[in-house]
Write a protein that binds this ligand. Structure first.
Ligand code: GAL
Length: 417
């Protein structure tokens, strides 16, 4: 008996050293755009989790907020027949890839772990199109937030603005005190992120849905949309001279460092405050974009799994299961700034902003005020998103006035449909 055991052990040891054996190294290559301090810290939670299970992590970061550049690199990799194991992706991009016959089928794992029962329909629509789970959702972000420097607010005796008019009054006071009122990076997706909030705040939830999800021509070309562009032009007056091209996390740093009063950004911004050891309620404030309370614009980061050889499947499935494990979702979202994709996980581990985010999400869902963010891939397919960005950015940079922008917007969306 002892001899047999020893022989088996020796054979196993030999297998470990011979390539292509059943004991092949378990590894995953993951393409993502999480390169800022807060994002990298959150990703590290996942890396560590897999490494503790003996899975080697090959990192494939492609810098560029909101993933536009990452999607270009992905296309080139797949065309070259060299798809990564898993790719961070947003809503409609997932649907685009689902029709191409290059993704893995996660149904077996999903059934064993009962994903159907714990992932809300608004996310499942993208993760499980046509009855097949192709992605593991890790979080839910929301874009209609304001991040404010508390010391500046205290110093100037400012209350959290609840309406557009109050917001403008606050921005005026911050500017008059010599601070940069609005921290912003002039990149199309950041302009689009602010636009998301202004559309919701100006037109209300139904208008957002009509214009940004249903792409309704009348809404896109309406007087309300002209007011939205007027307000975007107004906000342009609160950014500093060097805003053009600035990365979003550098804009967040301006709020962190008390150079700027507020940033209008999704809740990944919170990850930057946390990684700079700042505390919500003490160092910074989080509140809903004025006049948008009760509604939530969301986007969910998902890991889309690409078809890989049989030998890579166990590692790929481990990655999917890790992403979906309740303990992991808590640990990850605490750092990332988002809330849990699963509906059955205790949110009390999150800080005050995170808990508010989780409550807002549930309430918006119940009252039909939960909408996919246009700027972050959950409002419309990427061709339409780019068309919207082009108009919003051109207008923000003064290429045309609000009346022309409304016409351009309706025409560009129509052409991209
Ligand atoms: C979003 C993404 C977030 C965050 C942000 C900035 O689209 O969902 O996870 O990374 O872009 O890069």
């Amino acid at each position: 008996m002892f001899k047999l055991k020893a022989t088996l052990a020796a054979a196993a040891a030999l297998c470990l050293f011979s390539s292509g054996s059943v004991f092949a190294e378990e590894k995953v290559e993951v393409l993502h755009w999480w390169t800022s301090g807060g994002e990298a810290a959150a990703l590290n939670v996942l890396k560590k989790d897999l490494e503790s299970q003996g899975v080697t992590w090959n990192d494939m970061p492609v810098a560029g907020g909101s993933g536009v550049q990452a999607m270009t690199v992905l296309r080139a990799r797949v065309t070259a027949g060299n798809a990564p194991t898993a790719v961070q992706m947003l809503g409609f991009d997932i649907l685009d890839w689902s029709g191409e016959g290059v993704l893995a089928d996660l149904n077996k794992v999903a059934e064993e772990e009962n994903w159907d029962a714990v992932i809300p329909d608004a996310i499942k629509r993208f993760a499980k199109p046509e009855g097949v789970w192709i992605a593991a959702p890790v979080n839910v972000h929301s874009t209609n937030w304001v991040w404010a420097n508390k010391a500046i607010f205290d110093e100037l005796n400012l209350k959290q603005p609840a309406t557009w008019d109050e917001l403008i009054t606050s921005l005026d006071k911050i500017k008059a005190a010599g601070y940069i009122a609005m921290a912003h990076g002039g990149q199309a997706w950041q302009d689009g992120t602010v636009f998301d909030s202004v559309v919701l705040a100006t037109g209300g939830p139904e208008f957002y849905q009509k214009a940004m999800n249903e792409l309704d021509e009348a809404a896109l070309g309406s007087d309300t949309m002209k007011t939205v562009f007027d307000r975007m032009a107004q906000l342009r007056g609160y950014v500093d001279d060097n805003f053009s091209g600035r990365d979003w996390n550098l804009a967040t740093a301006m709020v962190i460092n008390k150079e700027a009063g507020v940033q209008f950004m999704g809740d990944w911004a919170k990850g930057e405050f946390l990684s700079a050891s700042k505390k919500p309620g003490e160092d910074f404030l989080c509140f809903r974009f004025p006049d948008s309370q009760g509604a939530v614009l969301f986007n969910s980061d998902q890991f889309v799994m690409f078809a890989v050889g049989e030998e890579q499947r166990p590692a790929q499935e481990k990655l999917a299961m890790s992403v979906m494990s309740p303990a992991f979702q808590q640990a990850f979202n605490k750092v990332k700034g988002s809330v849990m994709a699963r509906t059955d996980v205790d949110a009390s581990v999150l800080d005050a902003c995170g808990q508010q985010g989780q409550v807002d999400l549930a309430e918006a869902n119940k009252s039909n005020k939960l909408f996919g963010s246009m700027a972050h891939g959950h409002g419309a397919p990427s061709g339409i998103k780019s068309a919207v960005f082009d108009v919003v950015t051109a207008h923000f940079n003064g290429e045309y006035d609000s009346a022309a922008a409304v016409e351009e917007l309706a025409a560009a969306v129509q052409a991209a449909k």
